[in-house]
Design a protein around this ligand. Structure first.
Ligand code: SOE
Length: 381
């Protein structure tokens, strides 16, 4: 640990899949990135005392809390990392902002726009640094795609196409609610694939290609009732199992987005393709270190899709890792978000996407769900 670096004491709330991904990022970041602050894993928090202690021991947190309010009130905590189900984001974020803590909130920002607006107001009023974990932006190949579009390599963009396909909820015997399965419970999650998976696609899309101005959507809930883990009763399923929508971008591009948890054979297949006047790019999470690139300016006899292995020091984030040709993976996207957060915090700035920027994605998710309910196109304000 560099003696010159100021410590940043982290209070982690939640120890599930995301609690692990974020903890790994906090632990690794200064081994690879020369950031101005040194994260210190000060406390982990969750309701189950034995489980949170085991988590703290495994990941190296110095202490535990079983009530997030106590964690937020602790004077020795600088930043709160929210890794709990979506229905808790608002209350924790508002309390953490009032306590003057920096906040890193797992995606999606909130269950809906109304909650998201309150969260934005809270952090802006308190003047606390904030970010939302949309990690896929920071996969080097995805960041490279952003750079290529920003440099004008694709020229005018005509089409944006994105999918996020999974297959883990096909069984009607799978319950809803509780640890791991709260994503199926509309009260905890807010929505189904729209807020959980399409939110990723939307965040990447508007980051790369600018604002979306209108949407037309359809959703389906294939399994109408599931046993609820917490009540033990069979209850109506309120989430969207699948969602597909058309969209128009402000820059004139047409888009098509699809997400489902019923695409047998697909575990987490996030893909996007962008077609421009001069070039096209395509990316697939299952091959996350590669970017497909087609440049019409290439000599016609050798023109074709290039398969770029994004692992060189002059490609985004890769200088910090191994030697050219050696790739990195999923967990590194979180390390990159932490590195960018600490870099920005060193300048006294929030890291993109801020709560305010991530609110745009939540607004689009709400517009998608409203369109699916009404059968009408919905225009974004
Ligand atoms: C759902 O299965 C999930 O874990 C999402 O919640 C994550 O955001 C996504 O990255 C992978 O899939």
């Amino acid at each position: 640990m560099s003696a010159k670096k100021k410590n940043l004491n982290i209070g982690m709330i939640g120890y599930g899949f995301m609690g692990r991904a974020h903890s790994n990022a906090w632990r690794k970041v200064t081994n690879f990135f020369d950031v101005p602050l040194q994260p210190v894993l000060k406390a982990a928090c969750a309701r189950d005392a034995a489980k949170v202690q085991a988590f703290a021991d495994q990941w190296g947190y110095a202490s535990v809390e079983t009530d997030w309010r106590k964690l937020v009130a602790r004077r020795d905590i600088d930043a709160i990392d929210i890794c709990v189900p979506n229905d808790l984001h608002l209350e924790i974020a508002v309390a953490a902002a009032k306590a003057g803590k920096m906040i890193l909130c797992e995606k999606p920002l909130a269950r809906n726009t109304a909650e998201g607006v309150k969260m934005c107001k809270a952090v802006e009023k308190a003047g606390v640094l904030n970010t939302v974990w949309y990690n896929y932006r920071r996969v080097p190949a995805v960041t490279l795609a952003k750079h290529l579009v920003a440099e004008g390599k694709l020229g005018k963009i005509f089409h944006y196409r994105a999918n996020f396909l999974q297959d883990w909820t096909i069984s009607p015997d799978l319950p809803q609610g509780g640890t791991g399965l709260w994503r199926l419970d509309v009260k905890a999650a807010g929505s189904g694939v729209t807020g959980d998976l399409l939110a990723h696609c939307i965040d990447t899309a508007i980051w790369i290609n600018g604002p979306i101005k209108s949407v037309s959507a359809m959703t389906e809930t294939f399994i109408k009732e599931r046993k609820h883990t917490l009540t033990g009763k069979v209850e109506k399923v309120g989430i969207d199992d699948a969602c597909a929508f058309l969209a128009r971008f402000a820059n004139g591009a047409l888009a098509i987005f699809e997400s489902t948890r019923y695409a047998r054979g697909h575990k987490a297949e996030y893909t996007f393709e962008i077609n421009g006047e001069k070039a096209s790019i395509a990316w697939n999470l299952h091959d996350l270190h590669r970017l497909q690139y087609f440049d019409h300016a290439d000599e016609s006899t050798v023109r074709g899709w290039r398969n770029i292995h994004v692992s060189d020091g002059d490609q985004p984030y890769m200088k910090a890792w191994w030697v050219p040709g050696l790739q990195i993976g999923y967990e590194h996207s979180f390390v990159h978000q932490v590195a960018d957060f600490l870099e920005a915090a060193g300048r006294g700035e929030s890291c993109s996407p801020t709560f305010r920027e991530a609110l745009e994605t939540t607004k689009i998710c709400d517009a998608v769900l409203a369109s699916a309910a009404s059968g009408q196109w919905v225009t974004l304000a």
